[in-house]
Design a protein around this ligand. Sequence first.
Ligand code: G6P
Length: 435
Amino acid sequence: KFSIVIAGGGSTYTPGIVMTLLNHLDRFPIRQLKFYDNDGERQKVIADACEVILREKAPEIKFVATTDPEEGFTDVDFVMAQIRVGKYALRDQDEKIPLKYGVIGQETCGPGGIAYGLRSIGGVLEIADYMEKYSPNAWMLNYSNPASIVAEATRRLRPNAKILNICDMPVGIQERMAKIVGLNYYNDLEVRYFGLNHFGWWTAVRDKQGNDLMPKIREYVAEHGYLLPDIPDESSWKATFGMAKNTFALDPERFPNTYLQYYLYTKFEAEHMDPHHTRTDEVREGREKFVFSECKKIAASQSIEGLKFKPDDHSNYIVDLSRAIAYNTHERMLVIVENNGAVANFEPTAMVEVPCIVGSNGPERLAMGDIPRFQKGLLEQQVAVEKLAVDAWEEHSYLKLWQALTLSHTVPDASVAKKILDDLIEANKGFWPEL
Ligand code: G6P
């Protein structure tokens, strides 16, 4: 049986992940579950409720919630890291500052993503170091954002750490593809995919028998994008999934990640964002409110009657990935790894998202061959942005960061980049290295 620490225990995603873990105890048995967060007050609300849920559903699991790294990271097999450095207050700024200048305001794309990256690198390295110190044999599954920049930083700065960088977005889209062809589970599909995190394309989609599912999916996506009638999406996600059809139109041979629309329909996307009410507001008004009030209710009543938290199917990949490591299942999954030839005609040191065979020794990348010029051009530009952002963090360099913002496909020119950068520096005081 395994011991897990969720780093970022105070996240509103935590109850859903706990429910998913509980749902899969037969496949992935747990003896101990810990929450670690550096914000004890926020974590306590989530932890008090999860303690009741665990007591009712799986009393054999030992539960600990702590702000002490030693207590949190000692005796664990897996670190599930989902930290948000700067919390929603700064996500709000990541989104709203660029929008002031008519530029996409998004937590992982463009200037907002770069800003968030500069905050997250230190936090993720800290977690990796706690793991190394207190449980050197553990594996860290890292889905903290922005995954691309964070992955580049861990590649450079902790090359030997056992970190698996992974993202739920391709999983979510594959779930939709599976439904389009009448299957259920993201891993009912066997795919070929290449790109960077939040910046990639599916080049093959087959079922487990090897049948090509591309024609059917292509027909659907051309008309609806990834919108499915039976899945209720919040308005911004609806727009996101619907917009995929326009991105797909640019290359109908491959299926795009939804985030590509920010780079390919930049003007349209920026114009359709409300600079005063962004995704952060939507999350605060929706998920934050719901999760915190439910948690308080459970803690007050000490009962899970009418429990509204559900296993989040979306997070099944966390269990699949943990099992792959724990039981050497050789599961085929999309992981963010150093390219090293997986995409033949692309920067060997880029952190690419590609299918890997995952076993007890980590991920083995599969060869995706050469990629076309259109995608290669876009990827070269984006990888340079991400590498410059990490350079800037390491070297405390204003210039590198200005170059990163200028190079981002979402930013019109160097003067706009500079204005945004100067505002971001103000907003991120105490979270960024001094430039
Ligand atoms: C997707 C992405 C994540 C991102 C999340 C934001 O799942 O893959 O990288 O963090 O969306 O979701 P939210 O509901 O917080 O806007």
